[in-house]
Design a protein around this ligand. Structure first.
Ligand code: AP5
Ligand code: MG
Length: 221
C-alpha cells in the first residue's frame, strides 16, 4: 500500500495520516517532520533547511528526494508507506516515477483558504511523534500536553500568519499542479479528492471509504 496525501498547508494531511497509517499498518513519511527533526538535531541538512522553512519556501528537490529515497529503503517500508507532504513539485513526482516507485492511490484533501489561517495558527504539535492538535477544533485532553506522553506541546516556527501566506503562495505556484499530473497519468493511481472543510471524523470516513476500493486495501488486516 503506497499512498500520497496531497493538499495545501493546514488541509489536515498530518491529522489524517495518523488514522490512515494506523489502519493500513504503514509508516507515515512526512518530509516536513523529517526536516523539523533535522533542524532540532542540528544536522547539516537541518542547517540547510531551516532558513528556507522559516521563510515558507520549499527545500531543494535534490535534498528532499535523497532524504525520501533513503527513508523508504528502511525495512519498515517494505509493505508500503504514506507520503505526507511529498512530492511537492513536478520534479519530485518525476523522481519517484523514474525510481520505479509505483503509487496505489493519491488522496487530495481540499480546503478553502479562508479556514487555513485559523487551522494553522491554532495548531500545536508534539515534536517527537508529529501528533497534531488544535486549541479549539482538536484540543489535547490536558491543555498544552501531548495525550500519550504528557510532553509539552509546541507551536511550529513557520506557523505565523505571514509565513502561512507565503507557504500558500508556494503551494499554488509549485504543488497544486500535482493533482492534474496524477489525474492525467495513463494507468495512474486511484485519485481521491476529499472535501476537507468538514470535521476531522467526516474527512477520515470519506478517505477510508474511498481507499476501500483499492484491491490491496484488505491486506493490512
Ligand atoms: P510540512 O510540514 O509538510 O507543512 P505543510 O505542507 O505546510 O502542511 P502542514 O503540516 O502545515 O498542514 P497539514 O496538512 O499537515 O495539516 P494538519 O493535519 O497539521 O512542510 C513544512 C515545510 O517543510 C515546508 O514549508 C517546506 O519548507 C519544507 N518541506 C516539507 N516537505 C517538502 C518537500 N517535499 N519539498 C520541499 N520542501 C518541503 O492540520 C492543521 C491544523 O488543523 C491542526 O491544528 C489540526 O488539528 C487542525 N485540523 C486538521 N483537520 C481539521 C478538520 N477537518 N477540522 C478542523 N481542524 C482540523
Ligand atoms: Mg503536516
Amino acid at each position: 500500500m503506497r499512498l500520497i496525501l496531497l493538499g495545501p498547508p493546514g488541509a489536515g494531511k498530518g491529522t489524517q495520516a495518523k488514522f490512515i497509517c494506523e489502519h493500513f499498518h504503514v509508516p507515515q513519511i512526512s518530509t516536513g517532520d523529517m526536516l523539523r527533526c533535522a533542524v532540532k538535531a542540528g544536522t547539516q541538512l537541518g542547517h540547510q533547511a531551516k532558513s528556507i522553512m522559516d521563510k515558507g519556501g520549499l527545500v531543494s528537490d535534490d535534498l528532499i528526494v535523497g532524504l525520501v529515497k533513503e527513508r523508504i529503503a528502511s525495512p519498515d517500508c517494505q509493505n508500503g508507506f504514506l507520503f505526507d507532504g511529498f512530492p511537492r513539485t513536478i520534479p519530485q513526482a518525476e523522481a519517484i516515477q523514474s525510481a520505479g516507485i509505483n503509487i496505489d492511490a493519491i488522496v487530495e484533501i481540499s480546503v478553502s483558504e479562508s479556514i487555513i489561517i485559523n487551522r494553522i495558527t491554532g495548531r500545536r504539535i508534539h515534536m517527537a511523534s508529529g501528533r497534531t492538535y488544535h486549541v479549539e477544533c482538536n484540543p489535547p485532553k490536558i491543555p498544552n500536553q501531548d495525550d500519550i506522553t504528557g510532553d509539552p506541546l509546541i507551536q511550529r516556527e513557520d506557523d505565523h500568519e505571514e509565513t502561512v501566506i507565503r507557504r500558500l503562495d508556494e503551494y499554488r505556484r509549485l504543488t497544486a499542479v500535482l493533482s492534474d499530473f496524477y489525474r492525467q497519468a495513463a494507468n495512474g493511481p486511484l485519485f481521491l479528492r476529499v472535501d476537507g472543510n468538514r470535521s476531522i471524523s467526516d474527512v477520515t470516513r470519506d478517505i477510508m471509504v474511498g481507499l476501500s476500493r483499492l484491491p490491496t486495501a484488505n491486506d493490512g488486516h
